[in-house]
Design a binder for this molecule. Sequence first.
Ligand code: ZN
Length: 318
Amino acid sequence: MIDSKYKTPLTAGRVLPKCTYCGRPAVYRRRTSGEYFCSACFTRAFIRRIRKTIAEYSMLTPTSSMLLFFSPDMPVTSLAMIDSIIKLEKEYPTRIYISLPTDYKDFDTVENVLREKYCSLKEQLYLVVGDYAGFFSSRSSLNDRYVLSRLLSLSIAEHVSVDSILLPYSLESLAVLVLANILSAKIDDVAYIEPVVRLDDVAIGYPLYDTPWDDIVFYSYIRGIYELGLVGGIYSNCSKIEKRAYGIYRDLALISKELAYNILKNPSVFRETLGLEEVSAECGGRIGKSMLNECSSLRRMIGNIRVEILSPCQQAHP
Ligand SMILES: [Zn+2]
């Protein structure tokens, strides 16, 4: 039994709580709601929440062609997003592209997993591989990598025609970004962290915008993603202010269950107050003016990324 607050197994001898939905023995307690879940009901609830977020913010249409971006600094969240979106989409006539960085340390492991798990989707699914992990490891700021993921995914999307790009940021990682921007007084960047932004014909969305980190960890555990031990960790390489924001966030989250929701849902107030509405193509979406120069230099760094498109059952180049 995993309790998302205390992260310890319940002691033997106590009566095991039952799943709130089906009455079978529970294996997980969702801290924000107090609900108990068995694995099957949890998986359904996890997917249901993502489906709701996608629908609420119109991230996809039933016939969308989409790019699921694998972020090398968030491998577990990336794979959890990819796995759940594929579960959600296999009923629809959608085309799914998954980007994967060839210079990522655990590339072979991830590529094998994708091939083993989703090969049966045949022409519905493709891998788009190219060298891009190095860009992430060269930036020691969460905010830079956040912008980088948008610019890179847009650049990759130029090689495949897609209507939507989905990025693997969780509720907490976005809330920490907002907090860090408040701490560093980048007020207009605070205003621009939104669940979805439309740029030309492409929607860039965060399907895990409403999903807490504990749920992602437990989903990864059930789906065999966590045990892969993938190299990553977004908070191990970030600025002083971002580390501080992460610490403050963790402390406050112990007191308030709804903290991340409250932090994330409020930036629209900043946007309305400041009257900031423009979407910048240079920055890959709605980004604060203070980031414009930073965006140009990130864009120059990426250049024209070269990618290769593979069917999931096809071996990557040697
Ligand atoms: Zn159940």
